[in-house]
Design a protein around this ligand. Structure first.
Ligand code: AMP
Ligand code: GLY
Length: 416
């Protein structure tokens, strides 16, 4: 069987490597892919958001399955376009991907179906938003409505910071059209847990829990990033909490989307906060998370290709998905300066010295036989072990063997 994977980061590398383990899969294309993905897949130079070219390529090579991994092409309707071209595609259609693409849609859905989340209000006018902030007081959270590369959220500890965030988004156009509307939310506290689930429109199967690390530096300091590392499982996500989440959040969300005429098929990502008043939804993503996927899929014992097909065929209830009873830790190595300006094209050395981890590539490319940096997040060094402590130790032992000019990484992934 032949598969086309859309995307080119660490998450897509993990998806390609896991698909390649299936005895049924004998050919993978990845567009655009990266320097590490080239080891398992044929990389095709098409931008993940270029729906027209991607569909034309898929029509030409006729994969048995197209897996659309990133948020942008999903929000733009790539799955719909593939289906219209007669191809089998894994991922939510545009009308369901909106659960991530519009935070106000997600909040209104939760409100309508009584799914626990932070209290909120939606504004398109900065004067009204500012009046609301003054009435509510700080701390308070300001979120751009649309996709903003994970940078559209301001957790404001003062009213002034919240007001500045509103002005930036609505009046300053900091996030383009994505910030023309803002959601202002009640500030919640508690440990954060990510739970990803396969969903086939009606049924869902959760994956083991994970936690990512969004801030650039140790102790959760510094600016927000796409994610500096992840581990699985979370210490906080007990069986009792999992049961509560299934009854109050996961099933109700899948049912709500179906009732709205937007059946969700693909991977639904629940960003949760375990507050003193119970688990609440912080965000939904309509896809595998990055870098959670690198940690979580490292623990999958079942055939990912079979799971994708069961989702497409709405037969997930018939699947018995097995996970290893272990732990995984993924440490991201980033370019110097990331998430602000950084240089690319630095040679990466030491990859062949890695012994106990798998190195997922995020931003790399091969040039003249050398592996070079080609993005902000460069590598996700991922180890599994019977315990989380051991997985952390193994991942960091291998991180220390890899070098490139300016490399930086957090030293506390998995510790909190
Ligand atoms: P998001 O992009 O929605 O995941 O938000 C980024 C981060 O902001 C989350 O991982 C939380 O740490 C924080 N955050 C988002 N919403 C809230 C909230 N209502 N209360 C406190 N922190 C929040
Ligand atoms: N790690 C969070 C995300 O993928 O959005």
């Amino acid at each position: 069987m032949k598969v086309l994977v859309v995307g080119g980061g660490g998450r897509e590398h993990a998806i390609c490597v896991t698909l390649a383990k299936s005895p049924k899969v004998d050919k993978i294309w990845c567009a655009p892919g990266n320097g590490g993905i080239a080891d398992v897949a044929e990389c095709v130079d098409i931008k993940a958001t270029d729906i027209e070219k991607m569909v034309a390529f898929a029509k030409e090579v006729q994969p048995d399955l197209v897996m659309v991994a990133p948020d942008d092409p999903l929000a733009l309707g790539m799955v719909d376009a593939m289906e219209e071209a007669g191809l089998r595609a894994f991922g939510p259609k545009k009308n369901a991907a909106i659960i991530e693409g519009s935070k106000s849609f997600a909040k209104d859905l939760m409100h309508k179906y009584n799914i626990p989340t932070a209290g909120y209000a939606v504004f398109e006018n900065s004067a009204d938003a500012i009046a609301y902030i003054k009435e509510q007081g700080a701390p308070i959270v300001v979120k751009a409505d649309g996709l903003a590369l994970g940078k559209g959220v301001t957790v404001a500890m003062t009213e002034d910071d919240a007001i500045a965030a509103v002005k930036d988004a609505i009046d300053g156009g900091a996030f383009g059209g994505a910030g023309a509307r803002v959601v202002i939310e009640e500030y919640l506290t508690g440990p954060e847990v990510s739970v990803l689930a396969f969903v086939d429109g009606k049924h869902l199967k959760t994956m083991p829990s994970a936690q990512d690390h969004k801030r650039a530096y140790d102790h959760d300091e510094g600016p927000n990033t796409g994610g500096m590392g992840a581990f699985s499982p979370s210490r906080f996500y007990t069986d009792d909490i999992a049961k509560t989440c299934m009854e109050t959040i996961f099933k109700p969300t899948v049912e709500a989307m179906a009732k709205e005429g937007r059946p969700f098929k693909g991977v639904l990502y629940f960003g949760l906060m375990l507050t003193p008043k119970g688990p609440k939804v912080i965000e939904y993503n309509a896809r595998f998370g990055d870098p959670e996927t690198q940690a979580v899929l490292s623990r999958l014992d079942s055939d990912l290709f079979d799971i994708f097909n069961a989702v497409i065929d709405e037969k997930l209830d018939e699947m018995d998905i097995q996970w290893a009873d272990n732990a995984a830790c993924c440490v991201c190595m980033a370019s110097g300066g990331y998430p602000k300006a950084y240089e690319k094209g630095k040679e990466i050395t030491g990859l062949s010295d890695v012994t106990d981890s798998f190195v997922f590539h995020a931003g790399t490319k091969v040039q003249d036989g050398k592996m070079l940096t080609a993005g902000g997040r460069v590598l996700g060094v991922t180890a599994t072990a019977p315990t989380l402590d051991e997985a952390i130790r193994k991942a960091y032992a291998d991180v220390k063997k890899i070098h490139f000019d300016g490399a930086h990484y957090r030293t506390d992934i998995g510790v909190k």
